[in-house]
Design a protein around this ligand. Structure first.
Ligand code: BG6
Ligand code: MG
Length: 221
């Protein structure tokens, strides 16, 4: 069966903007207050998953147990540090090539959505001035199940009124790639192909990305 693309769904952190390092630094700072450290390899597990799942993974990593109330306080503290470090994010922080690609999609009447685990997604999209590109924004406030569950992308496709089979997801996290593939979508990994080996194809960034190139990469007409 010939497959076509009608919509592109973008993860936000690490795809549209380089906020992953801010998340990592805030988690690292939190781990330090708890008496242990986390490294970049462990951080791969935190990418794409919700704040509450991150807290559980971090505490498990440090061999520490906390009550739900304490976990909520820790999550609150991490988010406070995260928001402080992204406070100056603006239009210039949208990753190279992204705006041109979004414009190309808009010019060709493709539907566009954001599918992010982050509850801060609407705020950051606003700060970067790119909210109006998207026909749907599904963030961490709107979903019950964290990636790798496909809910976030299926909700996006539903709001766009596009068959999941005709959607392409752009993802930088293993959990997100898995979510996209479980949703029955194409997935373009943004980053290391070794880490994102389940993606259909990987790109390093959006520089020179356009619709023609996307079709060629996915090997569809
Ligand atoms: C994802 C990030 O997009 O959002 C994760 O990759 C982060 O690192 C998650 O933990 C939740 O974000 P927030 O902003 O709601 O804490
Ligand atoms: Mg991401």
């Amino acid at each position: 069966m010939t497959r076509k693309i009608s919509a592109c769904i973008f993860d936000m952190d690490g795809v549209l903007v380089h906020t992953e390092m801010h998340h990592f630094f805030a988690w690292k700072r939190l781990a330090k207050t708890l008496g242990f450290t986390i490294d970049e390899e462990f951080n791969e597990k935190l990418k794409g998953v919700s704040r509450t799942v991150c807290i559980d993974l971090i505490l498990e990593h440090g061999g520490i147990q906390k009550t739900q109330h304490e976990k909520n306080k820790l999550a609150e503290q991490k988010n406070k540090w995260f928001l402080e470090s992204v406070s100056s994010i603006n239009e210039n922080d949208v990753l190279p090539g992204v705006i041109d690609f979004l414009q190309d999609l808009r010019k060709n009447s493709y539907k566009m959505a954001v599918g992010s685990a982050s509850k801060n997604a609407p705020l950051l999209l606003e700060k970067m001035g790119i909210t109006s590109f998207f026909d749907a924004i599904i963030d961490g406030n709107k979903i019950q199940n964290a990636k790798p569950h496909p809910e976030v992308f299926l909700r996006a496709a539903q709001e766009l009124a596009i068959d999941p089979f005709e959607c392409v997801v752009f993802e930088d996290a293993q959990s997100g790639v898995e979510a996209a593939k479980t949703a029955g979508m194409f997935c373009v990994g943004v980053g290391d192909p070794v880490v994102l080996f389940k993606a259909d194809v990987c790109i390093q960034n959006f520089v020179d990305m356009n619709l023609l190139k996307l079709h060629q990469l996915l090997d569809i007409a």
